[in-house]
Design a protein around this ligand. Structure first.
Ligand code: HEM
Length: 430
């Protein structure tokens, strides 16, 4: 099938239709490449249980790291070396580490929100990128992105669109605007690494751990060069940019579209701040805001598929896949199957209640990818989205600018409203 256009317009809807017609394995042609698609709960269970040695990330991701002189980054390696790097980075990317300094996280969100006067407008994505990137940068790398935020956004957008989604031609990397942004981005990374070499923190952060590991023989392939150390240390500034910031944007969009759910979430937010600052347990507790976040991750996944290369010949659902074949794991097709989620395109936070627990069915819920590279920051991301939204709802009331106009989700490189979804501050509540 040469159906790139249909795919581009709504990738998951297209894949859901193909899955319903063809079953859990089929082929498509897109962007001059052929992909084998593994879709639906059967594929999700297969990849989780038996996929560890069957897929490689290397071919898909290495070009992105090499753009910054950094081969063998965490996402671009497989097998034992990948397990070793994941183990090294896990403590820093954990939810308990992110939530270790809740006053800092709240202060960052509060400072950004308080910058806006009643009546001022801003793209929701810009608002959330400001908050999320500073929170992750300060908590994991002891550095605020400050005026470098735009350089980070430009660098990552070009890098991913050229090397990963391949929707942008490579000559775009020669544009002076990109080259300037990349230079600033890498200079910030070098500054962070240099600062960590000469200062000591009470609690070691991600960069401290990277620097320590870079001295060990077993990490030489991954962290042996200065470029690799800088690239890995910049991870926190990239981790939330397209992910948590876009999910916060989609969540706010759904809340403004569902005023009753919004009011319940405002109540939860006020409770969280009723005795000062929320605790780790409160942020991670099951409540309406948590369920709204979960439903947003189901309906608006920023990673609807993950791409890989088959690492060996294998058989799935009676079909053989050959080593070297491009594979797309359509992890979120199951999010739209009525057998798991009745009326699947409806925003319904009741799905996560004790009685229904629709997401707990096997293979049904995969917003954070699947297999060996499953999101290392999943717990941190969920907590961050809840905390950011709770802080915002507690502090201010927002309304959508031009609510009648139709918003289009584009791929840039992840599904996003871009800057089209604008909000207005209509009241400062606290
Ligand atoms: C809602 C927000 C997020 C979503 C939906 C998300 C999704 C994903 C997905 C799908 C992958 C796997 C990509 C692949 O297999 O090709 C991934 C990897 C990763 N994510 Fe996230 N992510 C989110 C937020 C975060 C945050 C906030 C952090 C850091 C605190 C983070 C850290 C990572 C890391 C380090 C990896 C690489 C793991 C590896 O290669 O082993 N993510 N994420």
């Amino acid at each position: 099938m040469g159906n790139a256009l249909a795919m581009q317009q709504d990738l998951v809807a297209f894949l859901v239709k193909q899955y319903q017609q063809l079953g859990p394995i089929f082929r498509i042609r897109a962007l001059n490449q052929e992909f084998v698609i593994l879709a639906g709960p059967e594929a999700n269970i297969f990849v989780t249980q038996m996929g560890a040695d069957k897929f490689r990330s290397h071919e898909v991701w290495d070009g992105f790291g090499c753009e910054f002189g950094a081969q063998n980054s965490l996402i671009a390696i497989d097998g034992p070396a990948h397990s070793q790097m994941r183990k090294l980075m896990k403590p820093a990317y954990s939810v308990s580490n992110l939530l270790a300094d809740i006053p800092l996280l709240v202060d960052i969100a509060q400072t950004v929100v308080k910058r806006f006067q009643v009546g001022e407008e801003i793209p929701a994505l810009t608002l959330f990128r400001l908050i999320v990137t500073e929170q992750l940068g300060r908590a994991l790398a002891d550095h605020a992105p400050g005026t470098n935020l735009q350089s980070i956004i430009t660098t990552i957008r070009f890098g991913l669109n050229v090397h990963i989604s391949k929707q942008t031609p490579s000559f775009m990397l020669k544009l002076p605007s990109y080259k300037r942004a990349k230079k600033d981005y890498l200079a910030m990374g070098q500054e962070i690494v240099d600062k960590h070499r000469t200062t000591v923190r009470d609690r070691k952060d991600l960069v401290d751990n990277i620097l320590e590991a870079s001295q060990k023989p077993e990490f030489q392939d991954m962290l042996g060069s200065e470029e690799q150390i800088v690239f890995a240390s910049l991870g926190p500034f990239v981790a939330g940019l397209d992910t948590a910031a876009n999910e916060c944007t989609f969540l706010l969009y759904e809340l403004l579209k569902h005023p009753q759910v919004l009011e319940q979430c405002v109540e939860v937010a006020d409770q969280l701040f009723s005795e000062g600052l929320p605790t780790q347990e409160q942020i991670r507790a099951h409540n309406v805001l948590h369920d709204a976040m979960m439903e947003t991750l189901r309906l608006h996944s920023i990673a609807p598929v993950v791409t890989r290369t088959a690492a060996k010949d294998f058989t799935f659902a009676g079909h053989s896949v050959k080593e070297g074949q491009n594979v797309m794991l359509a992890t979120t097709v199951s999010h739209f199957l009525p057998k798991f989620y009745p009326d699947p395109y409806t925003f319904d936070i009741g799905r996560y209640s004790e009685e229904r627990k629709e997401h707990k069915q096997r293979g049904a819920y995969n917003p954070f990818g699947i297999g060996t590279h499953i999101c290392l920051g999943a717990g941190a991301a969920e907590a961050q989205i809840v905390l950011v939204m709770a802080t915002l709802l507690h502090l201010a009331r927002l309304e959508q600018v031009s609510p009648q106009s139709k918003l289009r989700v584009k791929n840039d490189p992840t599904p996003t409203f871009g800057t089209a979804f604008r909000v207005r501050f209509s009241e400062h509540r606290h």
